[in-house]
Design a binder for this molecule. Structure first.
Ligand code: UDP
Length: 483
């Protein structure tokens, strides 16, 4: 699509690779589809995390052609938090503290943006767009089902007595799939905690925008998308248009894996024979669970690559603020069973802290992914056509895993949700053999390759997500012409 004058769109990225990554993809999508567009990405960060440049490096992004990336000055929230302040709360605090910098950075631009897009935790910046009198949108970096819950929680808050996790019946969301109490998002785990109030607030603030973009596509989530658009109750709460514009995920580098050891090891293996094990940018397991996982992988007798992080008891997202840091090769074995590294050396490759995930998933030898089911990881594994063992830990991952296993049939999950109780080695070994095997594995692989196609199609010219993205750009232009 082309427009007569240059359109300048600013996108605000919340702290964390899981937000920065899809925001970069959105920027790239805009510059690919629209001629005469400039995209500026403002990256919020804190003094607790590695600098923005390190995060970009770990995503393999040195520089994005046609996109200007501005790292806002890191904010310090150390005086606001206690050891029990949850990650979601901290993300919201960091975003809040960064608001003056967002405003002054936009004000100082010679070429002021024509529109502001904020990601799902950036809704408090919407009034800044109002001050500059420019259109404003929210980019939900996860899926539509999760968005239905996020929108509806303000109703559940009034209806449900006591903790959500203690309820016996699923939560009915009008026009949508019900949500079982045990799979609600982590901000709903404790209604007294600040992260719950932050979550409620964001659900309400979505309606302050001119539209909500979601990193999903019509053909993947027809029911949830229809409900957000048309259901009397749900749309009555959300009020603004919904644009499914995905799947936006990072493609593999054409040069493949930079890490020679990993590349050489994978090159030696048979097609679809290796399980990749990783729990996202922030996921951590307890010491006891790491031992069980180690044994389970060994007992499965399958080949695997495992991104190993030090254990943190009582936390599922303990690496969130150290995300992007790479480990030293000595880190891995410390907390594994004695002699483990040498016993599995023919069969398993242990990567400390971080792996080149997209390139690993796209290697022909990789045939399964044990994943925490973060939405970026989910889209990446769909794009690579690799079936999943769903191991949800925090955020909306249990919803994602449920959708992948029960609705789409491309994942298997442990009987109990990981984190609530230890998943034992025997169950792990069985799941690994199933996902890598000829029976279930083959069926799931076929199904996920159909999703892979469906996602690709949605992005192609004239298809659902392509059209949605163009609609957003037209909406920006229309609003500008009217202002
Ligand atoms: N990632 C990676 N290597 C790792 C861990 C994570 O490249 O060792 C990337 C992964 O490819 C994905 C992002 O970090 O793009 C994690 O996002 P996701 O939404 O899956 O989970 P989150 O980290 O936000 O929980």
């Amino acid at each position: 699509m082309s427009n007569s004058r240059e359109l300048h769109v600013a996108i605000l990225a919340s702290p964390g690779i899981g937000h920065l990554n899809p925001v970069l993809r959105l920027g790239r999508r805009l510059t690919t589809l629209v001629n005469n567009i400039k995209v500026t990405i403002l990256v919020v960060s804190s003094t607790m995390s590695p600098p923005t440049s390190t995060l970009l490096q770990s995503l393999g992004v040195e520089k994005e052609a046609e996109i200007e990336i501005i790292g806002l000055p890191p904010v310090d929230i150390s005086h606001l938090i206690t050891p029990t302040t949850q990650v979601v709360t901290q993300i919201c605090m960091i975003n809040r503290e960064a608001l003056p910098a967002v405003k002054s950075t936009i004000a100082a631009m010679n070429n002021r943006p024509d529109a502001l897009i904020v990601d799902l935790f950036g809704t408090e910046a919407i009034p800044i767009a109002k001050e500059f009198n420019i259109p404003k949108y929210v980019f939900i970096t996860t899926n539509a089902w999760n968005t239905t819950l996020w929108v509806y929680v303000q109703v559940l808050d009034k209806q449900v007595q006591g903790q959500y996790l203690d309820q016996e019946e699923p939560f009915e969301i009008p026009g949508c799939k019900p949500v079982r109490p045990e799979i609600v998002v982590d901000p709903m785990w404790d209604r007294e905690d600040q992260r719950y109030f932050e979550y409620l607030r964001v659900g309400m603030e979505l309606s302050l925008s001119d539209g909500v973009m979601i990193n999903t596509w019509e053909e993947l989530e027809p029911v949830s998308i229809r409900a957000l658009r048309q259901n009397e109750v749900l749309h009555g709460i959300l009020k603004v248009p919904v644009y499914p514009i995905g799947p936006l995920s990072r493609p593999a580098e054409p040069s493949g894996l930079k890490d020679e050891e990993v590349r050489k090891w994978l090159d030696k293996q048979q097609a679809d024979s290796v399980l990749y094990v990783s729990f996202g940018s922030g996921g951590t397991l307890s010491a006891e669970q790491i031992i069980e996982l180690a044994w389970g992988l060994e007992l499965s007798n399958q080949k695997f690559i495992w991104v190993v992080r030090p254990p943190i008891d009582g936390s599922f997202d303990g690496a969130f603020f150290s995300v992007g840091e790479t480990g030293s090769s000595n880190d891995g074995p410390r907390f594994l069973p004695p002699g483990y590294t040498s016993r599995v050396q023919e069969r398993g490759l242990l990567l400390p802290i971080w792996g080149q995930q997209v390139e690993i998933l796209n290697h022909k030898s990789v045939g399964g992914f044990m994943s925490h089911c973060g939405w970026n990881s989910t889209l990446e594994t769909i794009a690579a056509g690799v079936p999943i063992i769903g191991w949800p830990l925090y955020a909306e991952q249990a919803l994602n895993a449920t959708m992948l296993s029960q609705e789409l049939g491309v994942a298997i999950c442990p009987d109990v949700l990981p984190g609530r109780t230890i998943v034992l080695r025997q169950e792990i070994a069985i799941m690994v053999r199933r996902v890598m095997g000829e029976k279930d594995g083959k069926i799931m692989r076929e199904k996920i390759r159909m999703l892979q196609e469906s996602g690709k199609n949605a992005l192609s010219e004239g298809a659902s997500s392509y059209n949605s993205m163009i609609e957003v750009v037209r909406d920006i232009e229309l609003r500008l012409s009217e202002s």
